[in-house]
Design a protein around this ligand. Structure first.
Ligand code: GMT
Length: 378
């Protein structure tokens, strides 16, 4: 198939999933066309001959307070569908991608071309932004007018049904991880670069937005560090970082808490991590928790949204109520102080992650694509 993928090309989970999906589909022989405003971060120098990148440009015009990105995207979609003979548009994140795709579809019908749209809902496009009254009518419309809709967890499917007036079926296609790539990594973990042998390494990865509750991450660490030699790796960038750094400096924890910024080397960091913390307020899936588990890192998370579908209580890690720092710290301590329990959870985390292996999920998307293409042809 000749598939166009529209996504945010940034470090966010939706962009990562879209990029990994495109790479995996290209490896299966499909032609993949990424259409975004810059090259997706995980797409290393267009490593496959059947992956193409089409940039969306939005020229600045002084009359506009807000530049019309949706318009530029719709026009680019029309061009790419025609010139590259695209069979299907797969848009990740409803806003504004599903809306722009619908517009492109209508323009193309005028030119005698039928193009099916698959929309994948990722979380904040529904729970945080999309359901705001400013956006809800347009988001509802574009979801209802997609040919197929998928959500990354059952929890997100239910949220979408509750928050919008949805008239069509939403299929759950969970996020996935390329376990084989992790197993075949080859390079040894360079743990000694960051911590002493006896120190445990605790990791958090996110975009440091308020809903990630990074001050909870730091509070959990503060409860552990007097009793357990440990270091905290904070990976990512975002609005709460400054507040966190100010706090850490006041608390004298600069030596123990390292900020590593946005990283393309998540694999390297996770391979030497002993524990992963994700105490989010909202999380439709929690891709970073899955990535941690696939590296054999047990996860201490909140029990919100889709997290209980990913992190299994008492198996791959533990789940506590949002903001219940004491319980999260207690459970982290239990794991870090008991080597036998820790190795058991490491194995179980890997096993749980294998439920979301690339091989199990990719076929689901291929079936959805074939059905969507068939439905517009007949
Ligand atoms: O978590 C974020 O803030 C980024 C956001 C995104 O849109 O990239 O992540 C969402 O999509 C990910 C991939 O499907 C999910 O793993 C995250 O749980 C989801 N975030 C939220 O629901 C808050």
């Amino acid at each position: 198939m000749n598939i166009a993928i529209v996504c945010y090309p940034t470090f966010g989970g939706s962009g990562v999933v879209a990029t990994e999906l495109g790479i995996a589909l290209s490896a299966k022989g499909h032609d993949i066309h990424f259409i975004t405003y810059h090259q997706p971060v995980r797409l290393e120098a267009l490593q496959h001959h059947n992956i193409h990148f089409h940039e969306v440009n939005v020229p600045d015009y002084p009359l506009f307070k807000y530049q019309p990105y949706e318009l530029a995207l719709s026009s680019r979609l029309v061009d790419v569908v025609k010139n590259a003979h695209i069979d299907l548009l797969h848009v990740h994140y409803a806003i504004p991608h599903a809306y722009a795709a619908y517009m492109a579809k209508k323009i193309l019908i005028d030119e005698g071309i039928q193009i099916p749209i698959v929309t994948t809902l990722h979380g904040t496009d529904i729970t945080l932004v999309g359901s705001h009254p400013f956006y809800r009518p347009a988001v509802t419309f574009s979801i209802n007018h997609s040919d197929r809709i998928t959500a990354v967890s059952e929890s997100l499917r239910q949220d979408t049904m509750r928050l919008f007036d949805i008239k069509t079926n939403i299929e759950v296609v969970p996020n996935f991880i390329d376990i084989k790539k992790i197993e075949n990594r080859g390079k040894p973990c360079q743990r000694s670069l960051l911590a002493k042998k006896e120190e445990k390494i605790i990791t958090h990865i996110s975009n440091f937005r308020p809903l990630k509750r990074i001050m909870d991450v730091i509070s959990i660490f503060e409860r552990l560090s007097p009793e357990i030699p440990c270091k905290l790796m904070m990976v990512g960038e975002g609005p709460e970082k400054i507040k966190a750094i100010e706090y850490i400096e006041k608390a004298g924890l600069e030596e123990k808490i390292l900020f590593l910024g946005n990283s393309n080397e998540i694999d390297k960091i996770l391979c030497y991590s002993d524990l992963f913390l994700l105490p989010s307020e909202k999380e439709s899936f929690g891709l970073s928790a899955l990535e941690a588990m696939a590296h054999g890192v047990p996860v201490i998370s909140s029990n919100t949204g889709g997290l209980p579908e990913v992190n299994k209580e008492g198996y791959s890690g533990y789940l506590s109520g949002i903001g219940d720092i004491d319980s999260m710290a207690d459970r982290a301590r239990d794991l870090l102080l008991n080597n036998r329990l820790h190795s058991q959870f490491k194995k179980q985390a890997r096993k749980q992650a294998s439920q979301f292996s690339l091989e199990k999920i990719i076929g689901k998307y291929e079936t959805i694509y074939s059905d969507a293409i068939a439905s517009v042809k007949f």
